[in-house]
Design a binder for this molecule. Structure first.
Ligand code: FMN
Length: 229
């Protein structure tokens, strides 16, 4: 299985999203997957111009020449796409959204009904699995409401209050969560189902006392970091 991962965080490998993504990708690699990762901020990818040239003038090909030329080839070759994003203002980070918009050449212009909703069929037969790996600063699951809507068919891995990763050894539920991320990666690579129970475990919800502690620690850290005077 070929896995192509995009990390949208501008903090790249200094960020929390990359830490979580690395747990997933290492487990996938150990399970036999062929894994490749890009930091989207390093790619030269312009926004979609909305000209629809990729539908009618040059079907399947964008009018723009930039890194999306070869990134699209890699996307078409992959069996699984991993969209790794920090939540910014309740949303997926815009670097990933820009890349996603440029995948329009992979869709056909026709309208088709799918469970009562109008969609575009794919231009190519091959189906790809999508996995979302998202981290947020706030401790609530609601931080991921928008990204869930953006990828309704993806396996979603969510870590709220991602700063807890710094204390992964001290907070038992973080250790458990990471263990479940490994299990999910292995199952996906082996073509097994990620059942509802596992789905629930890879979308972390903090008990009230842990949430209160997260808020207290955050405010202490912020007070120390704020210049006095
Ligand atoms: C501009 C900006 C906006 C953010 N907006 C939100 C937000 O709406 N909700 C939230 O829970 N966290 C928000 N965060 C926090 C990040 O989602 C969180 O720290 C994330 O884990 C960062 O990932 P990274 O270290 O990989 O960049 C925001 C951070 C930044 C810099």
């Amino acid at each position: 299985m070929k896995i192509l991962a995009f990390n949208g965080s501008p903090r790249k490998n200094n960020g929390m999203t990359d830490r979580l993504l690395t747990v997933f990708l290492n487990a996938a690699e150990n399970a036999g997957a062929d894994v490749k990762k890009h930091y989207v901020i390093d790619l030269d990818i312009n926004g979609c111009k909305g000209c629809f040239g990729c539908w009618w003038a040059t079907p399947g090909k964008c009018v723009q020449r930039d890194d999306m030329d070869w990134v699209l080839e890699e996307i078409l070759d992959a069996d699984m796409l991993v969209w790794a994003s920090p939540i910014y203002h309740d949303n997926m980070i815009h670097y990933l959204q820009k890349l996603r918009e440029r995948t329009l050449p992979t869709a056909l212009p026709e309208f088709i009904l799918n469970n009562g909703e109008t969609k575009h069929p794919g231009r190519y037969k091959k189906k790809r699995q999508n996995v979302v790996i998202a981290t947020a600063g706030f401790p609530e699951e609601s931080a991921f409401d928008v990204i869930k809507r953006l990828f309704p068919n993806a396996t979603q891995i969510h870590l709220p209050a991602s700063q807890t990763l710094y204390q992964a050894e001290e907070i038992p539920i973080i250790k458990e969560f990471l263990g479940n991320v490994v299990v999910a990666a292995e199952k996906l690579v082996n073509g097994e189902e990620v059942d509802n129970e596992l789905k629930r475990k890879i979308s972390l919800v903090y008990p009230p006392e842990v949430k209160a502690d997260i808020i207290r620690r955050h405010n202490e850290m912020s007070d120390k970091a704020t210049p006095s005077g």
